[in-house]
Design a protein around this ligand. Structure first.
Ligand code: GLU
Length: 467
């Protein structure tokens, strides 16, 4: 049987770090086994589900590059089928009508609390005839769950987890208004979609026991479960907004690359080994192994995400990087870049991308290429342009001005010739030259900068610094 996984978010908010990791683990597992990854939107809660949240989840996944092979399926469109299954179970005696009133349930709960027992439905309508209920009384449909024995989940991450059936009650399949519960809808859809592996956050572990009871009552194939431990903040507490419980697109806007984000997300619980310090998700898929996912909570650590970003910016193709970095350059410059400037950016990126941790950092370091004169000068750069330095730059300016061929090698040779004539070390020329051209104390090599700025702009910047 070929592997089918699914990501089934409830569209009630953004695609958070935890949800993105669940989606990625499902994607990785499906790829590893040559299977299929399905997206299902669990939107049966019509009050809390919104179209904005659905759109945010889809665009978050798209940004991360997590493509689904099938779907998205919208669970609320499948409700009739869920209801039909409940009715079928009722007809077969696998489920029953429960007429307990709100008052009955409140009293039941109070009695359980008083007796120090977990509050559970006591099964009072399990064997009672419908005729005992007042005519037309509202009812819910409950599963006739096993009352003895155990339900054991063989979880790929957590191992064997045992639930005593006596502690699980006859849970509701259909509410009084006829609507199916999450428990029923999930089981029916997972079955109908052929899901073989249910990989999700471990807050769903108790649901797995109930879902298994339901699946067994129906005589359906049981999926394999894998419950992923929670993500905590660096300080070990639950992930809060401050730590990063925000939508993944927040990280896009902060200048993180999707490859860095995926590399980081998959390490929240899974360690591919020291020989793989960084992996794209395609590289990771063949290595992915759920049985090596840690049982303990993972820790969200912005520094580790930043290191991954540093790596993937350095590795990125200039043309791709130019497109994703362009908005950050435009923000830095407070204007848009022309297409010619975008081409210049592609050429400038190999020299810039070695040192940037984020895209705003990249834009900050490379904006000088696009500034108009007079270019802004950092104080430390200005300080390099003292009288003696300017004297040396005049000779460089003269030699550059004579160049017939404005390209890297002749430029470098001209600078070298000036350095030789002046009898100084290279930095005595290189540092003020960089300051005059970029307004900064660090930049790519000066010959590259001169070459990319072009003769007219480069000489004009020098003349301005010398005036
Ligand atoms: N829709 C559920 C949620 O977002 C997940 C359902 C499941 O994975 O079984 O929490």
């Amino acid at each position: 049987m070929s592997t089918v996984t699914r990501f089934a978010p409830s569209p009630t908010g953004l695609l958070h770090i935890g949800g993105a990791r669940t989606a990625l683990f499902n994607w990785l597992f499906a790829k590893k086994h040559g299977g299929k990854f399905i997206l299902r939107i669990d939107d049966t809660d019509r009050e809390r589900s919104t179209e904005e949240a659905t759109a945010a989840i889809l665009s978050g996944l798209q940004w991360l590059g997590i493509r689904w092979d099938d779907g998205p399926f919208y669970q609320h469109q499948l409700l009739a089928r869920h209801m039909a299954v409940a009715q079928e179970m009722l007809a077969k005696g696998l489920a029953y009508k429960c007429f307990a009133t709100q008052d009955d349930l409140t009293a039941m709960r109070a009695a359980a609390v008083a007796a120090n027992r977990p509050p559970r439905y006591d099964g009072r309508w399990r064997d009672r005839p419908e005729s005992d209920a007042p005519a037309g009384a509202p009812y819910v449909i409950r599963l006739k769950a096993p009352q003895n024995g155990e339900t054991v989940i063989e979880d790929m991450i957590l191992g064997s987890v045992t639930f005593r059936n006596a502690e699980l009650d006859d849970f509701i399949l259909l509410r009084a208004d006829g609507s199916p519960t999450y428990m029923l809808s999930t089981v029916v859809d997972d079955h109908d979609l052929g899901v073989t592996h249910v990989i999700r956050g471990n807050e769903h572990l108790p649901n797995a026991a109930r879902q298994l009871q339901l699946i067994r009552a129906l005589g359906w194939a049981e999926p394999t479960y894998a419950h992923i431990p929670l993500i905590h903040g660096v300080d070990g507490t639950k992930l809060s907004k401050r730590h990063g419980a925000v939508g993944v697109e927040y990280y896009r806007d902060m200048g993180f690359l999707p490859d860095a984000m995926c590399d980081y997300l998959m390490r929240l619980g899974w360690a591919p080994g020291a020989e793989h310090p960084h992996l794209t998700k395609d590289q990771a898929a063949p290595l992915f192994d759920l049985s090596h996912v840690s049982k303990g909570p993972a820790r969200f650590d912005l520094d580790a995400l930043t290191s991954a970003n540093f790596h993937f910016i350095k590795e990125a193709e200039p043309a791709y990087l130019a497109d994703v970095a362009r908005p950050f350059f435009e923000k830095e410059l407070s204007r848009s870049l022309s297409d010619a400037e975008r081409d210049l950016l592609v050429k400038a990126l190999p020299g810039l991308k070695e040192r940037a941790k984020t895209l705003p950092h990249l834009a900050e370091s490379g904006a000088f290429y696009f500034r108009s004169r007079p270019i802004p000068m950092e104080e430390a750069a200005q300080a390099l342009l003292d009288i003696d330095a300017k004297e040396r730059l005049r000779l460089v300016r003269a030699k550059l001005g004579e160049l017939a061929d404005w390209s890297h090698d002749p430029i470098a040779a001209a600078i070298k010739a000036a350095v030789g004539e002046l009898g100084v070390k290279f930095p005595a020329v290189g540092l003020p030259l960089r300051a005059a051209l970029t307004g900064r104390t660090n930049s790519p090599g000066v010959a590259d900068v001169l070459d990319l700025l072009g003769r007219d702009e480069a000489l004009a910047r020098l003349d301005e610094a010398l005036s």
